[in-house]
Design a binder for this molecule. Sequence first.
Ligand SMILES: C[S@@+](CC[C@H](N)C(=O)[O-])C[C@H]1O[C@@H](n2cnc3c(N)ncnc32)[C@H](O)[C@@H]1O
Length: 256
Amino acid sequence: MEAQVINIMTYEVIGSKDKAVAVIAYGVKTPKKLAKNIMKTHKNIKSVLQKTGERTGVYRIHPCKLLAGNKNTEVIHKENGFSIKVDPQKVYFSVREAEERQHIANMVKSGEKILIMFSGANPFGIAIKKKHSDVYITSVEINPAAVAYANKNNKLNKINRVRNICADIRHAKLEKFDRIIMPLPETAISFLDAAYHFAKKGANIHVYTFNRSFNEAARDVADTCHMFNIKCHKVGEHKVLPYGPGIYKFRIDLKV
Ligand SMILES: C[S@@+](CC[C@H](N)C(=O)[O-])C[C@H]1O[C@@H](n2cnc3c(N)ncnc32)[C@H](O)[C@@H]1O
């Protein structure tokens, strides 16, 4: 079964037809009643969580409380022909980014060496590998629980040439890459100097940012590149998803 997103504003469902977890949005009224209804209507949903706040901390995880069902909230999410094992209480994961993962996978070229910064359980890496078996992927993530899931996801999807490193990207010792993906919209821009350091001449860098408009997003990226003396130019831009009132997640594509 593909992603079961019933009402994206009220709750999202992560998992499969066998076992899924529903995560009710922060601030939804009468959440216990909703949790009961969800469990009654969808037999695959074994747990219902509610977000109790915005994503916090370095690991970018929503604080949640269990409203109904099993306290074990580890699931295997099915997306575009691959599987992602994840516990949303321990690791960042968003079903809403499935389309964006495909956009990135579609830009990748045969044989590339790719760096995924801030890789979480590595849904970007798996999505890319499922389309391009001959690429080499290095994923760097600071949350050990996320890296453990990334390693499990390599096995689950029977993929190789994906190296998952548990580290702060600022302290990682790595070679140079053809493509660098930076999916940490809150602060990715401030890591552009690290991305540049790891970029081959001609490399593509995809940086994510929260802004009000394309112009603001492009200006923030350009100002930061100027500050870090990064020599690159913008080759693309994309509005990924709405984030809050008047705020969107944007992707800016750079060429070194
Ligand atoms: C927005 S999440 C994206 C996770 C994953 N790419 C995905 O799409 O599901 C950002 C991730 O960056 C990680 N992170 C934050 N700061 C980091 C750093 N300095 N070095 C490496 N990883 C970092 C967090 O733990 C979190 O898992």
